[in-house]
Design a protein around this ligand. Structure first.
Ligand SMILES: [Zn+2]
Length: 458
C-alpha cells in the first residue's frame, strides 16, 4: 500500500487529480474537506468547539454551521483562520488516520487535503503532490464553484500559499490549467519519469516541461529561473530560427518574462564570462561571440545558455543580488570557468563566497561520461594533486576507458573559492540516463537538440 498526499491551491483542481489517480489503481480516496463537512454537523465536539470560538452568529436557522459565513470570516482574518485550522487539525486529522487504518488492503490511499503540510499529514504520505494553476484560473473556478464574487475569491487565494510553496514543499507538482495533460503528468509520476527530487521540481506548463531548483524558488520575489526539457529545443539558431524563438517564447510565457530581453551568447567551450550591463540583448549577437558565462546585477536581463550534456551552473548572491549563468562542459571544466565566474563576482560585485549559491543543473554524470586515455590524462594532469582525484577519475569496465566526474571537479573548485557545502546544490540528474526528457549529445550524437537554462533578476 502506498499513501499519496494531494494538496494545492484552492481552485487548482485537487479533486480532479485525485480522481484521475484513483482510476489507475485499486485506490481509496480520502477527502479532508468532505470529512470536515461531516464532522461539523450539530452535536459533534468539532461543532461545539467551533461555536464556542466563533459565536452563535455563524449558525443558520436550523442551528447548523453556516459554512459559507465561516469561510468568509476565516479567509479575511488571519487569526480566525489559524483558530479554525487548529480545531480542524485536532478533529479531522485523527479521523483521516482512522480511515487510512481501515483501508490498508488498498494498493493506493489518496489523501486530498488543502492543509496537508500544516496538519502534519504529509508525514504519513509516501509521496506528496501539489496541484497548481495560474491564479486567474483558480479565481474563475472558485467563483463558479462557490458562487462568490471575484474579490472574495481573490482574498481567499491571497490568504493561502501560492504555487511556489507547493513547488518547494511537494515531491511532485501537477499543473492543472485547463484539465489538459493531467493524465500524462500523473503517468510520469507513477511510472518514475518525473524528474523531481529533493533539489529539483519538474513542472509542466501548457504542454511543455521545465525543471526548477527548489533553492532558487526561495527567492521568488528576486529572480526567475528554469531549465527546459524536451521538446523545447534551442539548437541550431542560424538554420532553425523560428524553432529557437518559439522555444524562448514558451519559456518566457512560463516565467512571465519578455523574450526581447534575452542574452544568449555564441558558446564555444571557453572560460570567458561576460558581464551583461547595457548591451543590446539578443540571440547569438557578435558582441557575445565565444562567451560561455554571463553575470549581471541588472533586473530584467535574461541570461540564457544552451546545453546537451555540459554542466550548467546557476549562481546567485542573495546579498548583493547578482546572478550568473555558466556553461562548463568538459573543456570549460578543465579551464575552470566556474572559478573565473566566482572571481568576477568577488572582484566586481564584492560577493562574499559564503553567501553565494551555486546550482549545478542536469548534465552528463560520471555514470555515462566515459572518455579515452588522452582526455583522462588532461584531467589527471590538472587535478592529480587534489585529494578527491580517485573519485574524479575512475577506471571503466572497458579497458582503456575512464569515467570523469565533472560535477565533483566543479564542487572542488567552488569549495576552494570559499562556497559553503550547503550552498553547492546538484540536480543529481544525468542527461544521458534521462535522454527521454533531456537532450543528450552523448546519447543522441550530432542531431541532439539543446536544453536551455534561463535566469533573470526581477
Ligand atoms: Zn548517466
Amino acid at each position: 500500500m502506498k499513501i499519496i498526499g494531494i494538496t494545492g491551491m484552492s481552485g487548482a483542481g485537487k479533486t480532479t487529480v485525485s480522481e484521475q489517480i484513483s482510476k489507475s489503481k485499486n485506490a481509496k480516496q480520502i477527502n479532508a474537506d468532505k470529512i470536515a463537512k461531516e464532522l461539523i454537523k450539530k452535536g459533534s465536539k468539532y461543532y461545539d468547539e467551533i461555536v464556542e470560538e466563533f459565536g452563535k452568529e455563524i449558525l443558520q436557522e436550523d442551528y447548523e454551521v453556516n459554512r459559507k459565513k465561516l469561510a468568509n470570516i476565516v479567509f479575511t482574518d488571519k487569526d480566525s483562520k489559524e483558530k479554525l485550522d487548529r480545531l480542524t487539525y485536532k478533529h479531522v486529522v485523527p479521523k483521516i488516520k482512522e480511515e487510512v487504518e481501515k483501508n490498508t488492503d488498498c494498493d493506493l490511499i489518496i489523501i486530498d487535503a488543502p492543509l496537508l503540510f500544516e496538519s502534519g499529514l504529509n508525514e504519513i504520505c509516501d509521496i506528496t503532490i501539489g496541484v497548481i494553476a495560474e491564479k486567474k484560473t483558480c479565481i474563475d473556478r472558485i467563483v463558479k464553484r462557490d458562487g462568490i464574487n471575484q474579490d472574495l475569491a481573490c482574498n481567499r487565494l491571497d490568504s493561502q500559499h501560492n504555487s511556489n510553496f507547493f513547488k518547494m514543499q511537494c515531491d511532485y507538482c501537477v499543473y492543472n490549467q485547463n484539465n489538459s495533460n493531467i493524465q500524462a503528468q500523473i503517468s510520469d509520476i507513477l511510472e518514475g519519469k518525473n524528474l523531481s527530487n529533493k533539489n529539483v521540481i519538474h513542472v509542466y506548463h501548457e504542454g511543455f516541461e521545465y525543471l526548477q531548483f527548489r533553492k532558487l524558488l526561495e527567492y521568488q520575489d528576486k529572480l526567475k529561473h528554469c531549465y527546459t526539457l524536451k521538446p523545447l529545443d534551442v539548437s541550431n539558431f542560424e538554420l532553425e530560427r523560428d524553432k529557437v524563438i518559439n522555444s524562448y517564447k514558451h519559456v518566457c510565457n512560463f516565467l512571465g518574462l519578455d523574450e526581447k530581453n534575452i542574452y544568449k551568447p555564441i558558446q564555444s567551450h571557453t572560460d570567458i564570462v561576460k558581464i551583461v550591463e547595457n548591451q543590446e540583448p539578443g540571440i547569438h549577437k557578435k558582441e557575445f561571440q565565444d562567451v560561455d558565462g554571463l553575470i549581471t546585477d541588472k533586473k530584467e536581463k535574461i541570461l540564457s545558455l544552451s546545453f546537451a550534456d555540459c554542466n550548467c551552473l546557476y549562481f546567485y548572491d542573495p546579498v548583493k543580488n547578482v546572478i550568473g549563468n555558466i556553461h562548463s562542459g568538459w573543456r570549460g571544466t578543465l579551464k575552470e570557468i566556474s572559478r573565473e565566474a566566482v572571481k568576477i563576482l568577488k572582484e566586481k560585485y564584492k560577493t562574499n563566497p559564503h553567501d553565494l549559491i551555486c546550482i549545478i543543473a542536469p548534465s552528463i554524470r560520471k555514470c555515462c561520461f566515459e572518455v579515452d586515455e588522452n582526455v583522462k590524462n588532461m584531467f589527471y594532469d590538472k587535478f592529480k594533486n587534489n585529494e578527491r582525484i580517485d573519485e574524479i577519475i575512475q577506471k571503466s569496465k572497458t579497458v582503456g576507458k575512464y569515467h570523469i566526474d565533472t560535477q565533483m571537479i566543479n564542487r572542488v573548485i567552488l569549495e576552494e573559492e570559499g562556497l559553503l557545502l550547503e550552498n553547492i546544490i546538484e540536480s543529481e540528474i544525468c542527461t544521458s540516463c534521462h535522454h527521454d526528457k533531456l537532450h543528450s549529445y552523448r546519447y543522441e550524437g550530432e542531431t541532439a537538440g539543446r536544453n536551455t537554462s534561463v535566469i533573470c533578476l526581477v
